[in-house]
Design a protein. Structure first.
Length: 269
């Protein structure tokens, strides 16, 4: 009998991931850090809210500016004793959230980024930057483009027969709803990119779906805009249709690459 050949031990497998975060922490240390960061966010929100309370009249003037671009002497009225205080509180809360948002985003990143791998960091940071960019871009588009045109159409429609007496609460709710929800709707490219990254959809599928996307986009525009007029809805739907194709490009860039199935060993060439 011949001796069995000595087989060399296989080399150790390399780890499939590399951890590049900070030192390991216990559960209690994580909870303590989370508590401290939430406390910092709360303090920043309170400070931002107080600042917005102090300058609420200036902020209200900014909210009235789109209407005054079309009607110079445009003014709002109070129809209830609680209208003024409710508007001041709403301006303070929304303004405080915007003012404190850089601190909140920083604290969020400082908490989660140290525990991510380098590959996850490369995906997370551009994703957060893109989310903020599209949100701010959507809100700016709503404020400087949609609102002046929409308010001009609504306030001047039948103006010879109808006198405009607009409630301050109704007006501020109208402006905040359009600005906020248009900003959220502009996150469409990031949503499509996330879905593609998770493997839920492919860029080619999104491209073939564009006819149905037109219908869905107009439904979203109808939900976002608080008025039934076609002018506002079309001004919201147009950019969303363009952003849909931007989302297809993002999906193509981040979607997992398909790999060819490996041939079984010993297969004929």
């Amino acid at each position: 009998m011949s001796a069995d050949p000595i087989r060399e031990a296989p080399p150790p497998l390399a780890p499939t991931f590399s951890y590049a975060g900070g030192p390991e922490m216990t559960l209690m240390e994580h909870l303590k850090e989370l508590r401290n960061r939430v406390l910092v966010c709360a303090i920043a929100l309170v400070i931002g809210t107080l600042i917005s309370f102090l300058f609420w009249e200036t902020i209200l003037g900014w909210l009235l500016a789109p209407a005054r671009e079309r009607i110079e002497d445009f003014r709002v009225s109070s129809f209830s004793p609680t209208d003024r205080i409710s508007i001041i509180v709403k301006i303070g809360l929304y303004g405080g959230l915007i003012v404190s948002s850089p601190v909140i985003i920083y604290e969020l990143l400082a908490f989660i980024v140290p525990g991510l791998t380098p590959k996850e960091k490369r995906l997370l940071l551009p994703g957060i930057a893109g989310t903020i960019l599209f949100l701010m871009g959507g809100m700016a588009f709503a404020y400087w483009v949609i609102l002046p045109a929409s308010l001009g159409f609504l306030l001047e429609l039948g103006s010879k027969e109808i006198q405009n007496v607009t409630g301050v609460k109704q007006y501020v709710d109208f402006v905040i709803r359009i600005v906020f929800w248009v900003g959220i709707a502009f996150e469409l490219p990031m949503v499509l990119a996330l879905a593609a990254r998770l493997g839920l959809v492919r860029a080619k599928q999104l491209l073939s779906f564009w006819r149905y996307a037109v219908i869905l986009i107009f439904i979203i525009a109808a939900v976002v805009t608080p008025t039934p007029d076609p002018i506002t809805q079309t001004m919201v739907a147009g950019p969303l249709f363009f952003l849909y194709f931007v989302g297809i490009l993002f999906a193509w860039a981040v979607q997992p690459k398909r790999t060819e199935p490996a041939e079984p060993e010993g297969a004929p060439a």
